[in-house]
Design a protein around this ligand. Structure first.
Ligand SMILES: O=C[C@H](O)COP(=O)(O)O
Length: 245
């Protein structure tokens, strides 16, 4: 399966710089051997999607509400993301889990809402540093997978150790291999044979300098890139480091 390189722009980007970044990615995309996705802030999804129409670069949101509409001030529904041009959505990112108290149960409901609106979900899981130091990383991630993914899940999982996000620190390749192998086994246990085809992305301080090594680890199906996705040259260098599976 081709690897997926997804850029999570987080709360960064006004229209002009978002369009410039999106166009730079789209211009290079045809020569790349991976799938590409950019997830801009909700306010620029529509112009970015319009700029990328006809390109191979997909567009996603960074969160959605569980309801299609209603009295939920400030929230964005999956149907609204779809209407704006998104085909994907990131759910359960650690920044949502921390900043907004999102639980596995809520993330699971968001997955259902996203799929119901025709979006492909990318569900994020990952342990805190204290949990890894205590040797509890598999217990934590296993619980997140079982709690956040419905039994008919057909999206993507992103393993993002929280302590590696935006810190410049990454797990060793052996640790990534161990966790991705564990996640694969959990997916198969939870979803049955369908669990074999779920792509498992790695996220957390992926850079051009470490991308080739990380993308070569068994069961790594691509990357969820934060900071480096804001610089077209860096995002594209990461995409070129994929193995083209
Ligand atoms: O969603 C992306 C991750 O949080 C990784 O962010 P980062 O690449 O800036 O560490």
């Amino acid at each position: 399966m081709r690897q997926l390189i997804a850029g999570n722009w987080k709360m960064n980007g006004l229209v002009a710089d978002s369009l410039s970044l999106a166009r730079a990615v789209a211009d290079a995309a045809p020569g790349l051997a991976c799938d590409l996705l950019v997830c801009p802030p909700a306010t620029v999804i529509r112009p970015v999607a319009e700029a990328l129409a006809g390109s191979v670069v997909a567009v996603g949101g960074q969160d959605c509400h569980t309801h299609a509409n209603g009295a939920h001030t400030g929230d964005v529904s999956a149907a609204m993301l779809r209407d704006a041009g998104a085909a994907w959505v990131i759910l359960g990112h650690s920044e949502r889990r921390t900043d907004h108290g999102e639980t596995d149960t809520l993330v699971r409901a968001k997955v259902a809402a996203a799929v119901g609106a025709g979006l492909t979900p990318i569900v994020c899981v990952g342990e805190l540093e204290a949990e890894r130091l205590a040797g509890r990383e598999q217990e934590v991630v296993g619980r997140q997978i079982r709690g956040s993914l419905p039994e008919d899940f057909a999206g993507v999982v992103a393993y993002e150790p929280v302590w590696a996000i935006g810190t410049g620190r990454t797990p060793t390749e052996a640790d990534v291999a161990a966790m991705h192998g564990f996640i694969r086994a959990e997916l198969v246990a939870h979803l049955g044979e369908r669990g074999q085809s779920v792509r498992i992305l790695y996220g957390g301080s992926v850079k051009p300098s470490n991308a080739a090594a990380l993308m070569a680890v068994p069961e790594v199906g691509g990357a969820l890139v934060g900071g480096a996705s804001l610089v077209a040259a860096d995002f594209l260098a990461i995409a070129r480091a994929t193995h083209g599976g």
